[in-house]
Ligand binder design. Sequence first.
Ligand code: SAH
Ligand code: SF4
Ligand code: F3S
Length: 456
Amino acid sequence: MEGLCIGNHQQPRALYVHTFGCQMNEYDSLRVARMLGQEGYRSTSDPASADVIFINTCSVREKAEQKVFSLLGRLKRLKNRNPRLKIVVAGCVAQQLGEDLLDRFPHVDLVLGTRAIGALPGLLHQSLEEGLRKAHLPEHDEEGWKDLFGQSPDWESLVVAPVTIMQGCDNFCTYCIVPYVRGRERSRPAEEILREIRILTRQGTREVLLLGQNVNSYGRGLPDGMTFARLLRRIAHETDVVRIRFTTSHPKDLNDDLIQCFAELDKLCRHIHLPFQAGSDRILARMNRRYSAADYLEKIARLRAACPDMGISADVMVGFPGETEEDFEATLDLIRTVRFDTLFSFRYSDRPFAKSSAYGDKVPEDVKARRLTQLQALQAGITLEKHRQEVGRVRHVLVESESKAGNGQLTGRTSQNRIVNFEGSKDLIGNLVPVRIEEAYSHSLKGVIGRGATPC
Ligand code: SAH
Ligand code: SF4
Ligand code: F3S
């Protein structure tokens, strides 16, 4: 990228990144920061002092999209104050709206679709030098950023690093916009993933979070019958990473080979995020999820048989079109049966392109709101009970950082993905530390560095 001389200034340009949505967006934003870091940019947490503002967007629910619009509205003031400021919008809203975003927000300079991030340095250069305003939505992935990790050894290390292993989704759940904005499912070659993880571990990463909309189907389209379970075994055996996690799993593709990995691979965290979306078979069929509540419960039973101490989280939504009280009760029953550690619960909203947007039997907003409150109250009780059961145990915690509360505490996670705060020296960041759990809260645990008992 020498010819672009984006960073050829006396003062490095300042880059402000704001990320909405899923961890795959977080990963893309990290890549953008690295990519522009190589061009001489430095990161800033203050949008008012930025030369470039990069916004990575999500359109999975109506509320997510509205948050993007409201941020874009607020940025107009900054552009008025500094006409040289460049505002770039990427991610799923960018892919969904393209040119319309440029029309609706005249202070936005570049709109980059979900396959376009690799083109950012070149387009930004043209925008800075020639005032280019453009929506770039290529049909194939732009490759400009493939080798970034190898080229930036001095990058600030992440104790837990995301690694996208596949893009897109072929499942077409009827409520979901993702297949339309992220495109068809495509898996990254295993060698490329292993290489990236080796570089990350050399830079200090201890845990990798493997990302995909449906990681269980990893490998489709790759040579040699590659599967997700094989990828996990290779990462466990062929890299120095200490812990491996992954998200998201689709219940229909969770097979025994993968379940076996939890029993077999010490590095694989005892946690699975397995969205079930609804407990009623009628609704599951209308959602095109391709499993029944009984299938789901059977997979949970198999996971627990292979690994009794498994942390289980999920996504669920209320108010899918046609959801009756009886259907909703089936969802509550499933929650009572599984007793999830954590649940991410959403109110259904219509999305562009999604088939269910055309369904006539919509559930009124007040009913959705009431169901969501009821569901969340049920889960809050279960989470707290499960947290209380942790008190007295000693758990291995991977220390990620100082606690955000700023009270001199450290924060990290157990293998089961529970957040634990405890007092300790900053030098422990990046280490697996035995912590005795002493107090249970609704979203986290508190402990002390443990002695005596064997951690698990
Ligand atoms: N690939 C993952 C989830 C991706 S989207 C999976 O298959 O589970 C994250 C969550 O957003 C979904 O699990 C679902 O619960 C929620 N979601 C997706 N579309 C939605 C919509 N139209 N309305 C409300 N919630 C939605
Ligand atoms: Fe959306 Fe379904 Fe794909 Fe998940 S599996 S991203 S919910 S279409
Ligand atoms: Fe949102 Fe796109 Fe991720 S819609 S959830 S940012 S794939």
